[in-house]
Ligand binder design. Sequence first.
Ligand code: NAD
Length: 274
Amino acid sequence: STIPTVRLNDGNAMPQFGYGVWRVSNEEAASAIGEAIKAGYRSIDTAAIYGNEEGVGQAIKAAPVSRDELFITTKVWNDRHGYDETLRAFDESLARLQLDHVDLYLIHWPVAGSEAYLDTWRALTKLKQDGRAKSIGVSNFMVQHLQRLIDEAGVTPSVNQIELHPRFQQTELRAFHAKNGIITESWSPLGQGTLIADETLAAIGRKHGKTPAQVILRWHLDNGLVVIPKSVTPSRMRENISVFDFKLDAEDMRAIEGLNDASGRVGPDPAVFG
Ligand code: NAD
């Protein structure tokens, strides 16, 4: 496959480009993921809360490629924090996925006002030791949460999956990740589709013979980010993955940097969410 990988801090490789399945129903999941795999996707990002792990499992079973060629991520939801509870939630996810391991298991949110994520993280380190989660990480963690995991558990997450797109570039958190060997994974990389209409991105696209979506996804890749766009439309799935034959230049990168906006979130703020 043409999809590059990034090296995680535990030595494992992760595809830099994947397929996100938030708001894809259980019923839709099998056929949508089947199409995605046909289009060349090998990494699937789901979560217990998405309610489609069974459909993801069916897609994996039906896939024309073997399990080892796929990279499966799922996440523990906010109401399952704590050591024992997380281990139970993980067993339930694996059963729904019909798998004996996942490639990446994430804490979905730190949950504002709670410190339970510290016990949850200890459960993830146990799952990694047991080989049932090949790699472990977090999602929506802020610097303060990451620092506590590093200091108090002594295990640095391999990945932090956060809202990140040209309108919300997360420069401070990315710098912390870089300093601490944490890979940044961009969720809502297209701003949930809201960035497609941006004229700056469209103009860069015209210059390269690419669509705005392709320009945005290339921007993530050129910044070393892992990216997981979602679409259930096969033509868009193919469009989104067709980004390995061009690169943005310095002028493009500067123009896109200019779109950054401190209030540009499309999703919840982890400082208050949970
Ligand atoms: P996204 O930024 O990937 O945008 C998806 C939407 O953009 C689609 O529904 C469609 O409307 C539009 N779109 C996609 N491709 C297009 C194209 N080529 N042309 C025009 N429009 C296009 O948004 P997302 O689904 O929120 O994020 C991607 C994935 O990130 C999710 O599916 C999920 O796996 C993950 N995610 C994680 C969290 C978290 O808290 N960890 C939160 C949100 C999303």
